[in-house]
Design a protein around this ligand. Sequence first.
Ligand SMILES: [Zn+2]
Length: 308
Amino acid sequence: MTTRLYSHPIYLEHLTTPGHPERPDRLRAIERALNDEPFEMLDRAEAPEGDEQTILYVHPEKFVENVRRQVPREGLATIDGDTMLSPKSWQAAVTAIGAANAAVDDVFSGKISNVFVASRPPGHHAEKTAAMGFCLFNNAAIAARYAQRKHGAERVAIVDWDVHHGNGTQDIFWDDKSVLYCSTHQMPLFPGTGAKSETGAGNIVNAPLAPNTGSEHFREAMRSRVLPALDRFAPDLIIISAGFDAHHRDPLAEINLTEDDFDWATGQLMDSAAHHCGNRLISLLEGGYDLHGLAFSVAAHVTRLMKG
Ligand SMILES: [Zn+2]
């Protein structure tokens, strides 16, 4: 079985202000890391053009058109202090969705065991009607809905180990028991949501981590909360919101994970996918802002995916 990697040059053309952490160099660092010899067996594919209609599975048309209208002809347009649009941002965002949906098609085809999508902009902060936190549309949420509509998946699990809480994904599936959302994240930290008490319709599992904790607390949260929730839910597909900003080198947070933790967590979710859903697992890049920490972590993550 094969691990596929989606990327696309358009992802480098979503531009942000100088000094902004969510920058094109992130993908260049990942590309360099995965150009190494151990990754020769990766099935590399260019992301297909996305279907704009699938954005409407999650976001209302009025909001989507409002984002489209704000795309500038030149320079940058600012949605909030963190979140911006450049002339190619629309195309990048739609192509990120194209890759996420294609990854779903791949794992349901049975020919590909798992997929890593190296795309920008990220998605997990995008709520139904709000682009925020570097995110325009919620890639993971759209892919979950796509799996349900196109492939008849009844239950989709999204596991989000980005160091920030995925307020957008939680917002979108708050009262929807057909999607399980599990998140480990630093708290307190942006965006401020993600308390244990936020449980939606019983389908939201938040495992906040205190600042300056690391491997032990993260693995304990996965073992005691996330993995048992997956076992109870028995998903037809697992989607990882794969942010690597809980790495100890990351400048945006104070959680001290290493690439070994991402290797371990990847293995745990692959075991769960093997047990519940014929190995169907896709992983979508979210955050990760130290270029070395990001490169090491993605290399560990993809190496583990390839052992499936
Ligand atoms: Zn993050």
